[in-house]
Design a protein around this ligand. Structure first.
Ligand SMILES: Nc1ncnc2c1ncn2[C@@H]1O[C@H](COP(=O)(O)OP(=O)(O)OP(=O)(O)O)[C@@H](O)[C@H]1O
Length: 235
């Protein structure tokens, strides 16, 4: 459903992505692993339209989306949960969630209410805290809110960047359980995660990235592929 072919990207003169080719098929969780600064977040931003590729092709469901604006890519069904979560200050949990509707085709009030109720079923803590300001939530709850806000729009593909960074072990477990639930529901995910040994349990396939290039790829259920990955990125 998603195919990047020989994608290059720059920040000014800095040539960060140097010919990335990756694919995601329906129902897959694809892990992008590698050390800090190798370009994983930049791959996500380039798919989501936050950064235009300088070369190469990005196709989503057969349509070329490379260089399209982020709101258009979002409307086509790619939901991006960025590393810094971007919870809007001054807005309640529910108001933050409502912003998720702005990214997708208009719905009736009843449809929106039903969708919010589905979200609260998946994220009961957000339901309990719906009238609280989003920024007063704990780090883990803010991560849930960032994921839930994207899920409001029922994306066809999710990009999740470092969801457990800086979180306590118990909440890390909860975030992994939530992602496991998404995987079971067949929502394809591209996941960047430093906790590689944990993330590999969730992934179908993975790519190891070094200096803006894919240096290894494999299946998460193949022990030799996994071991080669752990060795390559030293985890
Ligand atoms: N906005 C920016 N302007 C200039 N350089 C940037 C910018 N964002 C990232 N970089 C640089 O691009 C390179 C790749 O960064 P990127 O964030 O994609 O790496 P990463 O693999 O996701 O690492 P991390 O785990 O630290 O987020 C790094 O050298 C980084 O310093």
């Amino acid at each position: 459903m998603l195919e990047l072919s020989n994608v290059h990207a720059h920040y000014g003169l800095s040539h960060v992505l140097q010919g990335i080719s990756i694919s995601v098929k329906a129902g897959e969780v694809v892990g992008l692993f590698g050390r800090n600064g190798v370009g994983k977040t930049t791959v996500m931003k380039t798919i989501a339209g936050w950064l235009a590729p300088s070369e190469g092709r990005i196709a989503f469901e057969g349509t070329d989306i490379g260089g399209s604006a982020s709101d258009i890519i979002c409307r086509q069904g790619i939901g991006f949960v960025p590393e810094d979560r971007r919870i809007f200050p001054g807005l309640t949990v529910e108001e933050n969630l409502m912003l998720g509707f702005m990214q997708v085709p208009r719905r009736s009030g009843t449809e929106s209410r039903r969708r919010l109720d589905e979200i609260y079923t998946r994220f009961p803590r957000l339901g309990e805290r719906r009238t609280q300001l989003g920024t007063t939530l704990s780090g883990g709850e803010q991560q849930m809110l960032a994921m839930a806000r994207v899920l409001v729009g029922q994306p066809k593909l999710l990009l999740i960047d470092e969801p457990t960074e800086g979180l306590a072990p118990k909440i890390v477990d909860e975030i992994f359980e939530l992602m496991e639930g998404l995987r079971r529901d067949g929502i394809p995910i591209v996941l960047v995660e430093q906790n590689v040994r944990r993330a590999i349990e969730l992934t179908t396939r993975f790519y190891a990235i070094e200096r803006g290039q894919v240096v290894a790829t494999g299946r998460a259920d193949v022990a030799t592929d996994r071991e080669a990955l752990f060795e390559r990125i030293a985890v």
